[in-house]
Design a protein around this ligand. Structure first.
Ligand SMILES: *Cc1c(COP(=O)(O)O)cnc(C)c1O
Length: 391
């Protein structure tokens, strides 16, 4: 099997699993209690908090809140900050290419009376910082723009946007779920007030995320209960998951530069191989401002999902856009925001590479793709408009 869907999820690193194991069994204590067994769990969680803070260059461990997913981190940041500042203003800014964990929060807030500006993007999927500046009103309290897009890999100018936000006293959140592990993350360089990550995107376990909240940023909690995580996120801590997240993040950043350089080379091998060997294919997103491991294409004249099935038959795991968009009517909101014609967005293909992939696998993938696309094109009648759906 060749796994090329790291943007959907990754295999847990064996070292992370090893670090987690004792916290399922002998060290199973609830961190909230006061006896020894619990103290051990609490200490481990706080150690993990310090490690995560260090990995993203946060000033304080207390600026890290653990959540049950990247989605929850996004929800807490966006809904929580919007609500906590609703006395100051009720206008929010985001982009049209965000993940649904972000977009759906804004849609809900709109139903609650907030005004939201959804910024357009360039053909490459980039938000123009000037458009952010122009969208700001006296009522604006929060800007949320993702660090790296999960469908096309385009990187956003987060530091530039955060600087504008800061000048206006507006809070800035970034969904770094796709970026964490694939890029160096430094919250001081970025200048953001809030940043979301999720362990299963960087070789950690599923079901655990973290939200960085700069000191002084106090979102209104969205999960109420026993007051864990300084009241920001009630619920008994997922101790093994938190340990696994911290371990995976430290691991993925070891020799990070070198690993990312290799990944970028593999990505270019793939993109250049595809463009050279297969006619009528374009790269979606930016060629340069792009996640190291992300290759995304639009293939003319075929359906992305048929291609994914053909690749699966050849032992390759790929995706037609984001995993969570499967079955979405009207196609991908990200590809639509790029202004691509439907004849292209229909044939969307995302190949997201990981650190275990090899040049040999990339060559095999290019050949398999060429073969699969030729096959699909030969069975689909060549006419304009809708390609015939399989019976
Ligand atoms: C995967 C992903 C999420 C959601 O994270 P989960 O931990 O799966 O809830 C949010 N944003 C982006 C950009 C993602 O890629």
């Amino acid at each position: 099997m060749i796994y090329l869907d790291h943007a959907a999820t990754t295999a847990c690193a064996p070292e992370a699993v090893q670090a987690m194991l004792p916290y399922f069994t002998e060290l199973f204590g609830n961190p909230s209690n006061i006896y020894g067994l619990s103290l051990k769990a609490r200490k481990a969680v706080n150690q993990a908090r310090s490690e995560v803070a260090k990995a993203i260059n946060a000033k304080l461990a207390a600026e890290i809140t653990f959540t049950a997913s990247g989605s929850e981190a996004d929800n807490l940041a966006i809904i929580g900050i919007a609500k906590s500042r609703s006395e100051i203003g009720r206008h929010l800014i985001t982009s049209r290419v965000e993940h649904h964990a972000v977009l759906n929060c804004f849609h809900m807030l709109e139903r609650e009376g907030f005004k939201v500006t959804y910024l357009p993007v360039s053909k490459e999927g980039r938000v123009d910082p000037d458009s952010v500046a122009q969208a700001i009103t006296k009522e604006t309290t929060l800007i949320s723009v993702m660090m790296a897009n999960n469908e096309i890999g385009t990187l956003q100018p987060i530091a530039a946007i955060a600087e504008i936000a800061k000048k206006h006293g507006i809070y800035m959140h970034t969904d770094a779920v796709q970026a964490a592990g694939a890029m160096h993350i430094d919250v001081q360089e970025l200048g953001v007030d809030a940043l979301s990550i999720s362990a299963h995107k960087f070789y950690g376990p599923k079901g655990v995320g973290a939200l960085y909240l700069r000191q002084g940023c106090h979102p209104t909690p969205i999960i109420l209960g026993g007051g864990q995580e300084k009241g920001l996120r009630s619920g008994t801590e997922n101790v093994p998951g938190i340990i696994g997240l911290a371990r995976a993040l430290a691991l993925v950043n070891e020799n990070g530069e070198a690993k990312r350089r290799c990944l970028t080379e593999l990505r270019e091998q793939l993109i250049e191989g595809v463009l050279a060997r297969i006619p009528d294919v374009i790269v979606t997103g930016s060629r340069t401002e792009r996640l190291p491991g992300m290759a995304s294409f639009a293939v003319k004249g075929i359906e992305g999902e048929s291609l994914v099935i053909q690749l699966d038959r050849r032992g390759i795991c790929a995706s037609a856009g984001a995993a969570c968009n499967t079955g979405q009517s009207g196609g991908s909101h990200v590809l639509n925001a790029l202004g691509l014609p439907v004849s292209l967005t229909r044939g969307s293909l995302r190949l997201s590479l990981g650190y275990e992939n090899t040049a040999e696998e990339i060559e095999q993938t290019i050949s398999a793709l060429a073969e699969a696309i030729e096959l699909l094109r030969s069975v689909i009648p060549r006419r304009h408009g809708a390609g015939r759906k399989k019976a």
